[in-house]
Design a protein around this ligand. Structure first.
Ligand SMILES: *Cc1c(COP(=O)(O)O)cnc(C)c1O
Length: 395
């Protein structure tokens, strides 16, 4: 029988980061000693006070369906967080809690896009944006940036990418995979371009907000008065609180978008997990300074991995200002042969590192940039040292 699946699912590319992690697990099961630097996952424990809040919630008997858009107390904590950290004023009707920031992004695409609507994605972008857009019948419009401009889109590039069909602009800052951060001035310059195109909605993915190494202060597009009514601010607890598996993300948005996300979610997943939501109330109510120790540790690892990678000829590294990835340009290796394997592109390169150096990374193609690979340094120092040593030895 031929493939009876929908065109929709047949058009989706599997998540490259999850796929690489699965491949690494497979090789590990076959007895290989693989160092995994492919997943964007902090290697820290969830802080005690958050774990205790979850245990308390279990013992307090939280076990029922939750309100579709999140517990009222959690929305209050999110509103306080947006005000405290970002200077943003949201009402409860503008907040929706979802099963991870990923679902929040998926909801927004589903409720905002019609067939053929274009979504501008500065490259490199987070791995799932392009497929989330396609699943909503939208058309991703990639805007290439380069390491020489710190992987940031200029106002001129934005202007040039806009057509009458442009409906949205999506970006993450701090950026996964590049670690670049748009300053307030840079965001203002992009907003000035958007002023001429009032139909464009912005999705500002700020999930790495707190993982910032102190060079460029975090800024939110919605903090500009003229952008507030057409910006969706996405955030979550997976990265800053090391809570990837707890699956809680959220948006602050214009009410009509929040209402639509609520309606969609009510027919898809219902409200997010009750225990995780209770724990996140505590995570957000406490000061972000309580998780600063993780950021400090990531900063040390960043320094280490940059100095090690810069010791390998052919690696051209940017200096990430946030998140926990480096995105080196490795195009100097393309066309060369190592151990009988010719490396023609970033995918070949990542595969070569996996099979010959036993180090898992992710090809830049998955992020819309064919010259780079993403290396996560959310790993122990010993692993980082060993991984770069191995990479060096096979090149
Ligand atoms: C990890 C990540 C997400 C998804 O977060 P979850 O809350 O785990 O779903 C969204 N955007 C970016 C840029 C990420 O790196």
């Amino acid at each position: 029988m031929s493939n009876q699946l929908s065109d929709r699912i047949n058009s989706v590319t599997p998540s490259a980061t999850l796929e690489m992690a699965a491949k690494a697990r497979e090789l590990r099961a076959a007895g290989k000693d693989i160092i995994g630097l492919s997943l964007g996952e902090p290697d820290f424990k969830v802080p005690d006070y958050i774990r205790e809040a979850a245990i308390q919630a279990v013992n307090d008997g939280y076990n029922s369906y939750t309100p579709v858009d999140g517990y009222g107390e959690l929305k209050t904590a999110i509103i306080t967080k947006f005000k405290r950290d970002n200077g943003l004023d949201y009402a409860p009707s503008q907040i929706v809690v979802s099963t991870g920031a990923k679902q929040a992004l998926y909801n927004v695409a589903q409720v905002c896009l019609n067939k053929g609507d274009e979504v501008i994605l500065p490259c490199p972008y987070w791995v799932s944006y392009s497929d989330i857009v396609k699943l909503a019948d939208g058309v991703p419009v990639e805007v290439p940036t380069s390491i020489d401009t710190d992987f940031k889109m200029t106002p001129e590039q934005l202007e040039a990418a806009i057509t009458p069909n442009t409906k949205m602009l999506w970006y993450s800052s701090p950026c996964n995979p590049s670690g670049s951060i748009y300053s307030k001035e840079e965001l203002r310059a992009l907003a000035d371009v958007l002023q001429k195109h009032p139909q464009i909605i912005v999705v500002s993915d700020e999930i790495y907000e707190h993982i910032n190494y102190g060079v460029t202060a975090h800024a939110s597009m919605a903090s500009f008065e003229d952008m507030y009514n057409r910006t969706v601010t996405v955030n979550g607890v997976a990265k800053a609180f090391a809570m990837t598996g707890w699956r809680i993300g959220f948006i602050g948005a214009p009410s009509y978008i929040a209402r639509a996300c609520n309606k969609l979610q009510g027919q898809v997943t219902s409200g997010a997990n009750c225990i995780a939501q209770r724990a996140v109330i505590t995570a957000l109510e406490e000061s972000p300074t309580r998780v600063q120790y993780m950021v400090d540790e990531f900063k040390e690892r960043r320094k280490l991995i940059l100095s090690l990678l810069n010791g390998i000829e052919g690696f051209k590294c940017n200096e990430p200002e946030g998140a926990f990835y480096v995105f080196p340009d490795v195009s100097a290796f393309f066309g060369k042969t190592f151990n009988g394997v010719t490396v023609n592109n970033a995918s070949d390169f990542a595969m070569y590192l996996l099979e010959h150096a036993n180090v898992a990374t992710v090809t830049g193609d998955a992020f819309g940039n064919p010259k780079g690979i993403r290396i996560s340094y959310a790993a122990a120092e010993k692993e980082i040292r060993e991984a770069v040593e191995r990479i060096k030895s096979v090149l």
